[in-house]
Design a protein around this ligand. Structure first.
Ligand code: TRP
Length: 472
């Protein structure tokens, strides 16, 4: 029996789901930190250019391939461009699989810190607690890590199990407004803090002296990650869009929302950090430290964040919701491939895919000291150097390989497919109709997708191979 293919119930439902996919740990965890590392200002400007010039056109390309074929990533690329392109689709499925396997672990940390901060909100913050130790202890506790990631995996599977309308769209409709509300509350609060001026200046005042080639490439790499591009996630979501919806308009809304949320999150975090004068600690503890060490500490420190004890658990609810709307989209890439290509029913496919991914999540969960074989996992020699930059642990290697290899190569292939192998008629008829907004120029899009975007991505790949630039 073939099941009826799911569809979004409305334009807003699709936009919320796709925005939910885009907004995730990339916005709350990665972007603020790379902005920090690259000294703000000029980097943010370059990032905005990358989003507009590369991210937006590719978003349109992925959505149009999906809607045109009404298939998930492998079938869509086969039908839109040719049978050999199924390989690119498989690469995307593998990428979704790999990313999901470790993304879930960080998502699990948000559950832990929600629990911790909620406990402190009620019971008071224990004097002399070192947040650095709290973090290291929880991440090295194998049993705890397995429990947290299992809980998050079950949540992800439960959503995807119910399908596009009753699962994904419903959760996105419910959670995204809550996410926006929490973020707005934190944003407003941040303006009452003394460090807000300094934070805004850091983020928005460009000083080009600090910018080098590596930062430009990092901005470009991150624009793929944050918009969920390069692995066919947006092809998959695009396959459920109705003919009446404008792909151009939807893409613009998704890209703008994702960007605004990343900037707002960054303003909030930097305000807190500048208010407390904690710049040095942040630089020391790295990406992970900003979200899970510095922030919880500051929420409970006296006189920094107004209402901090109450906002702290709320902040981790925000992180968890943002992560869930991304993990469900990652699982959908994998599950919809199995559903479409092998005719397996959704329930069975979701459970099987979720279960298989979890086997690798176990490795990721134990990558922080939970088990020595997982923590010390490595690929030695020149292969290990090239593909994993000598990183160890499943988590470290997978994160490196996805950001530096899978997304850029997948993105390049999708761009070439849309720009050079699909006919002009095919892409034009998807992008241009009576719903298309006036600012859109098809000729310009085609120029970007045929020349500018592939050139930019090829530059990333060359940088990774020859100059060892790391985007993870
Ligand atoms: N965009 C997500 C984030 O910023 C991460 C991500 C990358 C993703 N590719 C994806 C999520 C594909 C879902 C599907 O956190």
């Amino acid at each position: 029996m073939t099941e009826q293919r799911g569809n979004w119930t409305s334009s807003a439902g699709f936009i919320l789901a796709a925005t939910g996919s885009a907004i995730g740990l990339g916005n709350l965890w990665k972007f603020p930190f790379i902005t920090w590392e690259n000294d703000g200002g000029a980097f943010v400007l370059v990032y905005l250019v990358c989003i507009a010039a590369v991210g937006l056109p590719i978003m349109m390309a992925e959505l149009l391939i999906g809607r045109r074929t009404q298939k998930s990533v492998v079938g869509a690329l086969k039908e839109a461009v040719g049978p050999a392109w199924g390989i690119v689709g498989l690469w995307g499925v593998l990428c979704g699989f790999t990313l999901l396997s470790y993304y879930t672990v960080i998502a699990g940390w948000s559950l832990f810190f929600f629990g911790k901060t909620a406990g402190w909100m009620v019971g008071g913050f224990p004097e002399g607690t070192s947040l650095g130790e709290v973090f290291t202890e929880q991440s090295a506790n194998g049993g705890l890590q397995l429990g947290l990631s299992l809980a998050f995996s079950i949540a992800t599977v439960s959503v995807v199990y119910f399908g596009v309308q009753k699962g994904i769209e419903k959760i996105a409709r419910l959670f995204l407004p809550i996410l926006f509300a929490i973020l707005t509350l934190l944003f407003v609060t941040s303006f009452a803090m003394s460090g807000s001026g300094e934070a805004l200046a850091f983020i928005f005042r460009p000083s080009f002296g600090e910018l080098d080639g590596g930062s430009v490439l990092e901005a470009l790499g991150h624009s793929f990650f944050t918009l969920s591009l390069g692995m066919g996630a947006m092809i998959t979501y695009g396959s459920y869009i109705s003919r009446e919806q404008s792909i151009v308009k939807a893409s613009a809304v998704i890209v703008v929302l994702d960007t605004v949320i990343a900037l707002v999150a960054t303003v909030i975090m930097f305000t807190v950090i500048f208010t407390a004068g904690m710049q040095d600690q942040v630089s020391e503890t790295g990406t992970v430290g900003m979200l899970f060490i510095s922030l919880p500490q500051l929420f409970f420190a006296e006189g920094i964040v107004p209402g901090g004890t109450f906002l702290a658990p709320l902040f981790y609810v925000l992180v968890a919701l943002a992560a869930l709307t991304s993990t469900m989209s990652l699982l959908e890439v994998v599950a919809s491939f199995v559903i479409d290509e092998y005719g397996v029913g959704r329930h069975k496919a979701t459970l099987a895919c979720g279960g298989t991914v979890f086997v690798f999540t176990i490795l990721a969960a134990l990558s922080f000291g939970g088990a020595s074989f997982a923590t010390n996992l490595s690929v030695p020699g020149p292969i290990g150097d090239l593909f994993f930059a000598g990183k160890t642990s499943w988590f470290g290697m997978a994160d490196h390989f996805v950001s530096n290899w899978m997304l850029p190569t997948g993105g390049l292939a999708i761009t070439i497919a849309a720009g050079w192998f699909m006919t002009r008629d095919a892409s034009e008829s998807e992008l241009v109709d009576e719903t298309t907004p006036g600012w859109f120029n098809y000729g310009a899009w085609r120029l970007f997708i045929r020349f500018l975007a592939p050139a930019a991505i090829a530059t990333i790949i060359i940088a990774v191979i020859f100059f060892g630039v790391d985007f993870s």
